[in-house]
Design a protein around this ligand. Structure first.
Ligand code: SF4
Ligand code: SF4
Length: 473
């Protein structure tokens, strides 16, 4: 047991940490709960309002102080990440965050520093917000789903109006103020068909060098809602497994030839870390175990994970028990270990398990070919992606092990392609392919490329209520 005194009014309290207590962890705070000014069709969090009927969804000053005090007390490291999320966290107003900064200072231990992060849809940002972010070195995550015609399909406001222009205005403000930011793009059934359009937009037009792709997998609960991680069917907005694999592979091919060392794509960096043999990829979904990425609701309820804000995964409330007791509870340790311990045999025998680890448990709701439950819905996509990047990933690791910058892989691949092109120019269709695949030229690099499939016409912007009705019906 911990001896944390959660009701202490000073920060000089005695905490005794058992060995298995995490020294640091990641906690997403939701000061506005599920409240948001937008109504994105696929948002998994908007339904969470149903968990707190009649709530105003505003973190009180009492909960705010307990949250920050306990977060700081719970860390055995000098660096503490304070992560603000929602809903839309800017709805709390700037004064809330000014009070938060004062509380961080109040409870800060000597030598301790903070990294405040805030995930936002960007539509409410203005000069004042940006000056504040700059002053306190916030790292901002901005949600954008690609170019206008892709972004505006699902990311609409409450009136069903598109939001692209407002998001771009927010992005430009962040850039003008020199604020550190990254872009988060959710990959759905529509934009997944446009990998290069999405990637090049983010890189060249949005102008970012840091991007994150999150697959939309919305499980339809037996009552037709998407409130819980239950049910084994997905909404029509959800990305398809093979589609997601192809999306990642196509972007990887562009990245590994042009942008290594220049553009940071979170999934690629995580994968390379696994190829390097590191134990942590930096992304919980691709680690062997998890359980150190929790979520705290506006009223102090602490949940196992942002994706499991539901009654079965409620650990307790920080007004009743100290946060570290909940973070280090048996329930939470088991939650994290289950990611590894519940893998089906199919995953245990998989050649890319070292990189995938069955991805996130929230997506494990299909059966393996042998009929065992618990396989990841996105399995086919991850298998394709990780197998696809095997050789270039090994090349990158090899370059780095020789003490050279990873970007050198681009020269190696370009040189290889020049040599291959020259060899192909002199090869007959029935010769062994000069790439070394063992296949004939005509079955390998000499195969006529199928004409590019014409893109499907883009659907009309989809409001959340419309789409849910379609699913229920
Ligand atoms: S449940 Fe998924 S998102 Fe949550 S901590 Fe585990 S791997 Fe990460
Ligand atoms: S690729 Fe599929 S089989 Fe392999 S570890 Fe991932 S989910 Fe399991």
């Amino acid at each position: 047991m911990l001896t944390a005194n959660s009701r202490s009014t000073t920060h000089a309290i005695e905490l005794v940490y058992p060995d298995d207590t995490p020294k640091a962890f990641h906690l997403l705070a939701k000061p506005t709960g599920a409240a948001c000014n937008l109504d994105c069709a696929y948002c998994f969090f908007l339904d969470k309002a149903l968990l707190y009927p009649n709530s105003k969804f505003r973190m009180s000053d009492t909960v705010l102080e307990q949250y920050l005090k306990q977060l700081i007390e719970s860390h055995q490291t000098d660096r503490v990440t304070v992560a603000w999320q929602g809903g839309e966290p800017t709805l709390m107003g700037l004064d809330f965050y000014r009070r938060a900064m004062a509380l961080e200072e109040k409870y800060r231990r000597p030598g301790m520093t903070f990294l405040n992060t805030l995930q936002t849809n960007g539509t409410l940002l203005n000069e004042e917000w940006c000056e504040f972010f700059k002053e306190h070195n916030f790292l901002i995550g901005l949600s954008i789903d690609g170019p206008r015609e892709l972004h505006d399909i699902y990311r609409l406001d409450k009136g069903g109006r598109p939001t692209f222009d407002k998001v771009i205005r927010g992005l430009r403000l962040l850039q003008q103020h020199g604020i550190e930011y990254n872009l988060l793009t959710t990959i759905n059934r529509v934009n997944a068909d446009y990998p290069l359009e999405v990637y090049r937009f983010l890189r060249d037009e949005a102008g970012t060098d840091w991007m994150q792709f999150i697959p939309v997998v919305e499980r339809i609960n037996p009552n037709g809602r998407t409130l819980y991680q239950k049910g084994n069917t997905v909404s029509e907005r959800s990305v398809l497994p093979e589609q997601f694999g192809l999306f990642l592979s196509t972007i990887f091919d562009e990245w590994v030839r042009n942008d290594v060392g220049r553009v940071y794509v979170q999934t690629f960096e995580a994968a390379i870390r696994h190829w390097m043999g590191l134990s942590s990829s930096g992304m919980c979904v691709f680690n062997e175990t998890c359980g150190q990425g929790l979520a705290i609701e506006h009223n102090g309820d602490l949940y196992a994970c942002d994706h499991f804000v539901e009654p079965d995964y409620l650990l307790g409330n920080i007004r009743d028990e100290h946060m570290i007791e909940l973070v280090a509870s048996e329930q939470q340790l088991k939650f994290g270990a289950d990611k590894r311990d519940t893998l089906p045999q199919y995953c245990l025998e998989c050649d890319v398990r070292f990189a995938c680890h069955g991805e996130c448990p929230k997506n494990r709701f299909i059966d393996t070919p042998a009929g065992e439950p618990g396989l990841n819905y996105l399995c086919a996509g991850f298998k394709h992606f990780f197998q696809h990047i095997d050789r270039p990933a090994k090349l990158i690791v090899d370059v780095m092990r020789r003490g050279r910058p990873a970007a050198e892989v681009m020269q190696i691949l370009a040189a290889e392609e020049t040599i291959l092109k020259a060899a192909l120019a002199h090869a007959n269709r029935n010769d062994p392919c000069p790439c070394g695949s063992g296949r004939k030229v005509k079955q390998c690099h000499g195969r006529a490329k199928p004409p590019a499939a014409p893109h499907k016409p883009l659907p009309q912007p989809q409001r959340r209520s419309n789409v849910v009705l379609e699913i229920v019906g």
